[in-house]
Design a protein around this ligand. Sequence first.
Ligand code: CA
Ligand code: CA
Ligand code: CA
Length: 120
Amino acid sequence: MTIIPEYHKQQGGPQTTEQLFAVFDSDGNGQIDRSEWQIRKMAIFYMRDRNNDTVLSRDEVPGLNATRFAEADLNHDGVLSGYEFNQASFSQFDRADANSDGVVTREEFRAYLETLSTPS
Ligand SMILES: [Ca+2]
Ligand SMILES: [Ca+2]
Ligand SMILES: [Ca+2]
């Protein structure tokens, strides 16, 4: 997890889906596998943390269903810490791997990020 603050400091971290995908796809094969996801997934947390206060408030993940948010908010303080994000069901690899073939493609990655950012 020590690598993530570096991204965070680099101009606020990756800002586009394409940049974020490149961060995740560390071997550059155009797909994110399970281990790449585990290593890099906190980059999503930092990307969504718009005001850099190291927690995600409700409005920073507007697409996330209220029930999911509440489930992830383990200490019920109304925001998601990095730990809570890491543990959350919505941040797991299987959530992004829509067709369950063991890799997350660009399309799946984009669709996954949409679910966090776009209110339904
Ligand atoms: Ca890869
Ligand atoms: Ca919390
Ligand atoms: Ca997939």
